[in-house]
Design a protein around this ligand. Sequence first.
Ligand code: GLV
Length: 330
Amino acid sequence: MSDQRRPRVLVTRRIPEAGLAIVRQAAEVDLWEGELPPPRDELLRRVAGMDGLLALLTDRVDDELLDAAGTGLRVVSNFAVGVDNIDLAACARRGIPVGNTPGVLTEATADIAFALLMAAARRLPEGHDFVREDRWTTWGPLLLLGKDVAGATLGIVGFGRIGQAMARRARGFGMRVLYHSRHRASPEAEAATGAEMVPFETLLASSDFVSIHTDLNPSTRGLFGREAFARMKPGAILVNTSRGPVVDQVALHDALTSGSLFAAALDVTDPEPLRADHPLVGLPNCLIVPHIASATERTRDAMATKAANNLVAGVRGQPLPDPVPLPAAG
Ligand code: GLV
């Protein structure tokens, strides 16, 4: 941007006003108003000549899109903490910084993960359907028996901010907490959460509940497949609030129908959206919600503010407040 014109940015969906107001102050905004993501050809057309792009996790940012944007693109700001929708190497090759929204969605996401854990353990969706369908005839000694949470062991896979927030909740509910992660947490984090690092296989074999909090990368794609399910404790419960492709859904379906797993509770699936006729959706012991972990008013305002601040810094050529580490450009 050599001249004094206002930067031009593309925002690929209506985000909370808290963020849009910041962007409008700093730039001319092309806002995609559709309820669904912009179709690919529309996205490629609109991004052409932009100085900045504020993208959602539903937009694929890759070589094709960056080429369509042209050489003026100075920043990609993701309205999410996960960045698996973005080809980071492609951004690095072009020297384009990428921003995300860490921190502000930690508690909301851990809340949903724990809510899913509780709901699956105590069969809340089945109980709700039972009442709605007028099948409730009496108090029953054997009616809708679930799993105890207090005293159970929770295994957390991926022990970053959200995994640790999940551990704090679990501790409050009297659970024993194990974790597996690429890096060992600090002694302070271990002390605050009471969590113990163990090998992945030990976590699977020892946990009554397993909650996934890793990012999606080549080593975590399909991590929960037949082998992992075979290693899990019989009757365990799986919770996933990370990314759908970390779980092999065919293997999960088999584990849920054979009874080797008691239940699963998913905020994320592969693909998204998952259609209502998908085999997992029909299972009584599979609770699925539509990727809403960060969906609270305050959290989405905070995400919008972060995403906007990253975008504005980027178009001004300033360091992003929340930069995503990029691979070395080769
Ligand atoms: C939501 O899934 C996010 O990555 O922010």
